[in-house]
Write a protein that binds this ligand. Structure first.
Ligand SMILES: [Zn+2]
Ligand SMILES: [Zn+2]
Length: 662
C-alpha cells in the first residue's frame, strides 16, 4: 500500500502541464513574477535547466573544445561585456556556447529588446578590435565566493556554491577579459583577434527562467549565431529564415487551419474546416491504435465540482493556473446570497478518469483497465505566454489512464512506448529523444517536492528502467526531473525553428490512486491499490498540430491533408469529366474537390501549389477520352498520366496505410 508523505506538495500538474505546453507551474504563488525583462516571454522557452543540453549538443557536434567552440564561448563573454556596458548593473546567469552560436542570460536593470541588438553588435565588434586577452584564474572557494559577492553576482554565486559541493571542488576558475571577469570553466580563445568579426550575428531576445525553473526569476536571454566564416554565417541565417517559413502561426493563417478570436478569448482555438480535418485524422489514428491495444473509450465532462480537485490534490495549489471558479448561489433567509456549490473547468482529465475507475467495485480480473478519452482541458496561462497553437488556454488531450497491478507495470509501459514509436514512425517524426526523469532525493527540492516514499520510487524507477532497456529505446536520464508522484519518460522534440518542446509524457503514478481511494480486490480477496500509467502519445491536438504543421511545412501527407486531391481542367469542356472523377473519389471517402472555376490552368496550378494540395489531377481532351488523369504531386516536377481507376486505387491505398507519399 502506498501512503503519501507528510511533506507532499500536490503539484501533480507538472508533467501534464508539459504535454500541453503550459508553463511549468509554481506552487509558491507570487514567485513567478518576473523581475527581469519579459520581452518575448514564452515564445522561445528553453527546457534545458542551465544550458547544459545546449552545451552537450555543441559538444556532441564534434566541436568539443575545438576552435569554433572556443570562439562561441568567447563571444558569449564579449556579449556580456557589451551588455554590461550598455546596461550597467546587469547581473549574469549562464552564457554557454550552443549548436549554432551562443547565448547569455541576464537580469537587467532596464529591459533590452531586439531593437538593441545592432547597438550590442557594434559594441561587441569594438571589443574584438581591442584584441582583449582571455586569462584563466583559479581561486580558492572562499575567495571565489567573495569575488562574486563583491560583484553582486548572486546567481553565479548560487551556482558556484552548488557546483563546488556537487563536484567536491576546492577551487573555482574565472576568466578575465579586460575589466570583465566571469566564473567559467572555459575554454576560450587566447585573444579576441582569433574571433572572425564578420561571422557572428545577434539573433534574438527571449525570456528564460534561471536554471530553467519557472519558480525562479525570469531572465533575458540574448541569442547569437557564430560560424567559422561570413559565408557559413550567411548560409546558416538563410536556413534559419527558411525555417521561419515553417512557423505554424504563419502557415495556420495561410492554409486556413485555425483562428484565435478575441471575442471568444485569447488562447482559445477555433478550428476552421481544414484544421478540423487534421484534428479528426489524428483522433482517428489514436482511436485505431488504442482499440488495437485494448483500450476502452470513455467520455467525461470538461467541468467538475472543485471538491474533486481538492481531493485529487490539484487544489489549492493549481488554482492560479485554472479559470476562475463558477459559484452557484442561492438566496438565504437573511437576504444574502450563499454559495451552494462550486465548479471549475478542468485543467486535467485524471480525476474524472479515476472516478470512472471508482464507479464500481474492481477486481484484479478487470486489470489492466485502459481508459481513453480525447478530453478537453483548460489552463489559465499568462497572456504573455500564449503563442499560436503551442501555448493555449483550451486544449484537447490524447489522454488515457492505465490502471494495473505492480506486476503489470512493465509490460504496460513497454506497450505504451511501442505505441509512441509507432505514432512517430507513421508521422515521420524522428527529431526526438526520450528523457527518463527520475527522483533526486539528494537535493532539498527533491525532498520537498516529491512523494516521500523511497521504496516506491526505487521500485517504479527500476521497472521503468527495465522497460526502457527491454525496448532498446535510447534515452537520456534527467535526474531530479521526475513528476511529483512518479518517474516518467518525456519525449523531447526539436521543432524546425529550433525550440525543444515536450511532445508527450508517460508516467507511472504510485501516489494518486491512494489519494483518490482507488482499490481492487486481489486473488487473495483483499483490497489492493492499483498503479496508474498516465500517457498521451499524441499530446494535445493543439500542440501536436503545431508540431506537424512545422514538421511538414504545411505539405501534409495525403492521409492527413485537408484537401487530398484537387482536379483541374485544361478547359471548361472537360468539367463534366472532372466532376465525375471528384464524385467517384468522394464516394470512396477521399477529400477531393474541383479547382476554382473561371481560372486559367496556370493560375489554378499556382493556387493549388500555394494551398499545398498534395495531389493535383489535370484533365483535358486526351484524359477525358482515355479515362485517364495526369497527376502532379506537390513539389515534384515530373507528371504522370495513368488510368483514373489506377489513381483511385493508389490514393485509397496511400490513405489506408497512411503512407508518407502517394
Ligand atoms: Zn564562460
Ligand atoms: Zn493523467
Amino acid at each position: 500500500m502506498i501512503a503519501l508523505g507528510a511533506r507532499d506538495r500536490p503539484d501533480i500538474a507538472r508533467t501534464e502541464a508539459e504535454i500541453t505546453g503550459t508553463q511549468v507551474p509554481s506552487c509558491a504563488a507570487g514567485r513567478r513574477s518576473a523581475r527581469g525583462d519579459r520581452h518575448g516571454a514564452g515564445t522561445r522557452q528553453h527546457l534545458s535547466s542551465d544550458g547544459v543540453n545546449d552545451v552537450l549538443e555543441a559538444r556532441g557536434s564534434g566541436e568539443a573544445d575545438g576552435e569554433l567552440y572556443r570562439i562561441r564561448h568567447s563571444l558569449a563573454h564579449v556579449l556580456a561585456m557589451a551588455v554590461q556596458e550598455l546596461r550597467p548593473g546587469t547581473k549574469l546567469g549562464f552564457g554557454p556556447p550552443i549548436a549554432d552560436g551562443f547565448y547569455y542570460d541576464f537580469v537587467l536593470p532596464e529591459p533590452l529588446g531586439e531593437h538593441d541588438l545592432p547597438e550590442l553588435e557594434r559594441r561587441m565588434r569594438r571589443i574584438l578590435k581591442r584584441n582583449v586577452s582571455f586569462e584563466r584564474e583559479e581561486l580558492p572557494l572562499e575567495e571565489a565566493y567573495d569575488r562574486l559577492d563583491a560583484a553582486g553576482e548572486l546567481y553565479k554565486r548560487e551556482y558556484a556554491e552548488e557546483l563546488a559541493q556537487r563536484q567536491d571542488l576546492t577551487t573555482l576558475s574565472f576568466y578575465r577579459s579586460g575589466d570583465f571577469v566571469d566564473l567559467c570553466r572555459g575554454p576560450h580563445v587566447e585573444r579576441t583577434s582569433k574571433i572572425p568579426a564578420d561571422a557572428f550575428k545577434l539573433r534574438s531576445v527571449a525570456g528564460a527562467y534561471w536554471r530553467g525553473d519557472a519558480d525562479n526569476i525570469q531572465m533575458t536571454r540574448v541569442y547569437g549565431w557564430a560560424q567559422r566564416s561570413k559565408a557559413d554565417l550567411d548560409a546558416h541565417v538563410e536556413a534559419y529564415r527558411r525555417s521561419l517559413e515553417h512557423d505554424h502561426k504563419k502557415l495556420g493563417r495561410e492554409l486556413d487551419l485555425y483562428v484565435i478570436d478575441e471575442d471568444v478569448g485569447p488562447g482559445l482555438v477555433l478550428w476552421l474546416p481544414k484544421g478540423t480535418v487534421i484534428r479528426e485524422e489524428l483522433e482517428k489514428l489514436a482511436k485505431e491504435l488504442e482499440f488495437e491495444a485494448g483500450y476502452e473509450r470513455i467520455a467525461t465532462p470538461p467541468i467538475a465540482r472543485t471538491a474533486l480537485y481538492h481531493r485529487s490534490g490539484h487544489l489549492p495549489y493549481y488554482a492560479e493556473h485554472m479559470y476562475p471558479f463558477m459559484e452557484l448561489q442561492e438566496p438565504s433567509e437573511d437576504g444574502e446570497r450563499r454559495v451552494r456549490d462550486e465548479y471549475a473547468l478542468r485543467p486535467m482529465n485524471c480525476p474524472h478518469h479515476h472516478r470512472v475507475f471508482a464507479a464500481r467495485p474492481r477486481s484484479y480480473r478487470d486489470l489492466p483497465l485502459r481508459l481513453a478519452e480525447y478530453g478537453a482541458v483548460f489552463r489559465y496561462e499568462d497572456h504573455g505566454a500564449l503563442s499560436g497553437l503551442l501555448r493555449v488556454r483550451g486544449m484537447t488531450m490524447n489522454d488515457a489512464h492505465i490502471y494495473c497491478t505492480e506486476d503489470q507495470i512493465k509490460e504496460e509501459f513497454i506497450a505504451v512506448l511501442r505505441m509512441h514509436e509507432r505514432v512517430y514512425e507513421i508521422l515521420g517524426l524522428d527529431q526526438y529523444y526520450m528523457r527518463f526523469s527520475t527522483w533526486d532525493p539528494s537535493t532539498d527540492k527533491g525532498k520537498a517536492k516529491y512523494v516521500d516514499d523511497p521504496e516506491a520510487w526505487e521500485k517504479t524507477q527500476r521497472l521503468v528502467r527495465e522497460a526502457m532497456e527491454e525496448t532498446g529505446v535510447q534515452y537520456v536520464e534527467g535526474k531530479g526531473e521526475a513528476a511529483f508522484y512518479g518517474p516518467k519518460i518525456d519525449v523531447q522534440f526539436r521543432t524546425v525553428t529550433g525550440r525543444e518542446e515536450t511532445a508527450s509524457t508517460n508516467q507511472v503514478d504510485f501516489a494518486q490512486p491512494a489519494r483518490m481511494g482507488l482499490s481492487y480486490t486481489g486473488p487473495d480477496n483483499q483490497e489492493h491499490r492499483p498503479y496508474v500509467i498516465h500517457r498521451a502519445p499524441l499530446g494535445t491536438h493543439e500542440r501536436f498540430a503545431a508540431f506537424l504543421i512545422e514538421h511538414y511545412g504545411g505539405v501534409f501527407p495525403t492521409w492527413l491533408a485537408p484537401v487530398q486531391v484537387r482536379v483541374l481542367v485544361v478547359s471548361d469542356r472537360f468539367a463534366d469529366y472532372a466532376r465525375r472523377i471528384v464524385a467517384t473519389l468522394r464516394s470512396d471517402g477521399v477529400r477531393a474537390e474541383l479547382g476554382p472555376p473561371d481560372e486559367t490552368l496556370g493560375k489554378a496550378i499556382r493556387l493549388a501549389t500555394g494551398d499545398k494540395v498534395p495531389n493535383v489531377l489535370v484533365v483535358g481532351e486526351r484524359e477525358a477520352q482515355d479515362e485517364t488523369v495526369t497527376l502532379r504531386r506537390h513539389g515534384v516536377r515530373a507528371q504522370e498520366t495513368m488510368p483514373a481507376e489506377e489513381f483511385r486505387a493508389r490514393v485509397a491505398e496511400a490513405i489506408r496505410t497512411r503512407a508518407p507519399a502517394l
